[in-house]
Design a protein around this ligand. Sequence first.
Ligand SMILES: *[C@@H]1O[C@H](CO)[C@@H](O)[C@H](O)[C@H]1NC(C)=O
Ligand SMILES: *[C@@H]1O[C@H](CO)[C@@H](O)[C@H](O)[C@H]1NC(C)=O
Ligand SMILES: *[C@@H]1O[C@H](CO)[C@@H](O)[C@H](O)[C@H]1NC(C)=O
Ligand SMILES: *[C@@H]1O[C@H](CO)[C@@H](O)[C@H](O)[C@H]1NC(C)=O
Ligand SMILES: *[C@@H]1O[C@H](CO)[C@@H](O)[C@H](O)[C@H]1NC(C)=O
Length: 393
Amino acid sequence: MSGHRLTLLLVALTALVGLAAADAEYNVVDYGARPDGGADSAAAFQAAWGAACNDTGRSGSRPVLRVPAGRFLLSRAYFKGPCRSAGVVVAIDGNGTVFAPPVVDSMAWIMFHHADGLAIRGGTLDGQGQEYWACKKDGRCTGQGPRTLDISQSKGVSVEQLTLLDSKNVHIAIFDSTGVTVEGVRIVAPANSPNTDGIHAQLSRHVRILNTTIGTGDDCVSLGPGTSDVLIRDIKCGPGHGISIGSLGGQAGEEGVRNVTVERAVLTGTTNGLRIKTWGMPNPGSVTGVSFSQVTMHRVANPILVDQDYCPRKVDCPGKSSGVQISDVSYEDIEGTSTTPVAVKFNCSATNPCSGIKLRNIRLTYRQKRPAQAKCRNAGGSASGEVRPASCF
Ligand SMILES: *[C@@H]1O[C@H](CO)[C@@H](O)[C@H](O)[C@H]1NC(C)=O
Ligand SMILES: *[C@@H]1O[C@H](CO)[C@@H](O)[C@H](O)[C@H]1NC(C)=O
Ligand SMILES: *[C@@H]1O[C@H](CO)[C@@H](O)[C@H](O)[C@H]1NC(C)=O
Ligand SMILES: *[C@@H]1O[C@H](CO)[C@@H](O)[C@H](O)[C@H]1NC(C)=O
Ligand SMILES: *[C@@H]1O[C@H](CO)[C@@H](O)[C@H](O)[C@H]1NC(C)=O
């Protein structure tokens, strides 16, 4: 064989191998999606998902649902599995934005259900919540509104490098799922937008939220009943209501929250810092094995807060005490400023006092330099290292 022929053969072989190794791609534009923001692209997204989800894939490769650069109007998406592939990769171009119409008639705008092995990467999801918030504020809209991204009953999911803007309700909801990692994500909504939690997890295990920046009108992260084995690390939060466990105990039969680690967080201008919140009602429940460490607070109204008397509408709870037992919660290396004099408040249940609370190396001041206070009610624990304000146990 001549050298020339050999080279051609090698080129052909390389191309074949490359083709075989490449993941199959399903580009929404090929299914009729409009990158000019014009007509609704829902049917195209749905068809591309169906094809990708049906792709059996080759060993180790996952089909890719690609959203290229452009602005795509999506009225609603219900991406349902189980898929025949080992999982679908939803790759949105860095200059690709998927945006919602002003009204979405569903609990979720973009829903992934039974989507094991799903990976979502890049791009922007714009919930266009402005009209809906106004409608909520003047009482015309009484519902909660659709969550932007809902991941439900799925295993082994990752969400990376995604930007979420102006959701009508919660930005990312993780429900009844196992092994969900959110990493390098940015969530942005105005401080006065109602119920726009950044990330809410419920009934889920092994959830990791890493290197993520969240500024919204509600909790940056909230963990609901039945959530366990959670790692939240390298988080920037603000504006918003802080990092919250709860509300818990609002209903009978709730599962507890356990094994939660929050480390290396910076909270700026938030109403709460690290909060555990339960309804002032006798429904049983539990929070145990929580560790907060290396947290910096800038101008936070309530930096460390346990509130077991949550009852915003003052019905059903006044005069009752929470049935949720809070135990084994540690706070270590927490520093910064509080905008209110009480920087540390443990207001626990009279019938289920908090136990095993540990404070170590706490340096919180009221504004820049004034000493702050700590207040306890039905709370037991210990303090070590430098603890300012002095502990109230
Ligand atoms: C998936 O494949 C099945 C069987 O091959 C077919 O009946 C179904 O229509 C496909 N679904 C989609 C959404 O393409
Ligand atoms: C977006 O598009 C601009 C202009 O075409 C380009 O300079 C930039 O690199 C793109 N960014 C990404 C993340 O693709
Ligand atoms: C954190 O996320 C940002 C934004 O996505 C990214 O640019 C940066 O590289 C990430 N940092 C690390 C340490 O992963
Ligand atoms: C606690 O959760 C972390 C993070 O998911 C996990 O790595 C660890 O194994 C869990 N610990 C226990 C005792 O279950
Ligand atoms: C603490 O909780 C009790 C009810 O258990 C409530 O009456 C009181 O107002 C709360 N105190 C503060 C300072 O929040």
